[in-house]
Design a protein around this ligand. Sequence first.
Ligand code: SF4
Length: 279
Amino acid sequence: MPEPGNIENLQSSIDHHHDIDAATMLHLTYVYGPVASRRLGTSLGVNLLPVETKVCNFDCPYCECGWTDSDRPAGKMPSLEVLTLELETKLIECRDRGIALAAITFAGNGEPTLHPKFFEIIATAGDLRDRYATGAKICVLTNATRLTLDRVRRGLLRADVRQFKLDAGTEGMFRLVDQPYGALTLEKIVADIIAFDAPKMLQSMFFRGEVKGQRIDNAAPEEVAAWLALVVERIRPEAVHLYSLARRTAATNLQAVPAAELDAIADRVRHLGIPAEVF
Ligand code: SF4
């Protein structure tokens, strides 16, 4: 789940190299940054997926990691030990250089909740945060497809911020925009989010274009109306973050939705009594 929003590398001496592979669009490390995020502040990113392949149960055409290679974790998933070592090393570097982290964000080369040790990793990150970066929030960006798994639920409850991705208000648009693997449905995801008994935020990507000969426009008036009615009104999240394309995408012929259109959608969310921001 790559992180949306305007991000630029902090020109700190911590990261001399660019941590995204230009050809594959994948993160080259398990812990990357810090990056300056308009949404999250100064943030360390944690990638729980392999560095050489993208693992997700969605195949969003707009994904900044390229097309999905697999929906199943292979033998190449980073171990809890490796992740702990990389994160602790980076947190110590940040502390020693006086970098005040606002967030430790779980995103990376796919869907973070697919890692079999998701709960242990989030819990360990919380312990490391308490030791080295007390001001940092543990944030998880997820497509919300695995909320009924006990280890995923417990891991998300240990996080400080949960951002659930919801890009559509109809099953048809959901299948176009997110291209889920298997029998995943929007209705099941929405029901699971509603049942998730803790504060939650939504993040929604709007874009238009053509993929595999099919026109996609989840910002069309009827789609926005369905998204508002089915998603925002039913879920009643703490806040909604809206964004459009800002970086390279898996599909090449997509167009960003202009900021004015996103602002108009955000106004309608606010009209329903839910805070909304455009990034
Ligand atoms: S949910 Fe979509 S955007 Fe997120 S990693 Fe998977 S394919 Fe990419």
